[in-house]
Design a protein around this ligand. Structure first.
Ligand code: FES
Length: 119
């Protein structure tokens, strides 16, 4: 069996309401991850691509956050209706969706109450 071609890490972190950083899965339902799993199954990709639950990916203010490895593509504000496009365009087609992309310069740059040094 070939190795996995991609791992999709879906932030399923839940924090208490009103937390200053918010969170990607306020209701703790893992709907986004479930949607990825269904879409991968629909494309019969289950043996090659995994959609894994992730804890906080430290991009909370830009979430819901998803990162795809080994490509290292970070997507932010991912909604359920984006999942089909991500699977079809990025995972299968190899194209980056610019409207969802978190640019490198924005990664780790917007932490409420912290500066870039983590203070
Ligand atoms: S809670 Fe999702 S990136 Fe932090």
């Amino acid at each position: 069996m070939p190795a996995f071609t991609s791992h999709i890490f879906v932030c399923c972190n839940q924090r208490e309401p009103g937390h200053k950083r918010g969170c990607c899965d306020p209701e703790g339902k893992e709907e986004l991850r479930s949607c990825f799993k269904k879409e991968l199954k629909r494309h019969d990709l289950g043996a090659l691509v995994r959609a894994n639950e992730a804890g906080c990916l430290d991009q909370c203010e830009l979430g819901p956050t998803v990162v795809i490895y080994p490509q290292g593509i970070w997507y932010g504000n991912v909604q359920l209706e984006d999942v089909r496009r991500i699977v079809e365009e990025t995972v299968i087609g190899g194209r980056v969706l610019e409207d969802l992309l978190i640019p490198d310069e924005a990664l780790n740059a917007k932490k409420a109450g912290k500066d870039k040094k983590g203070e």
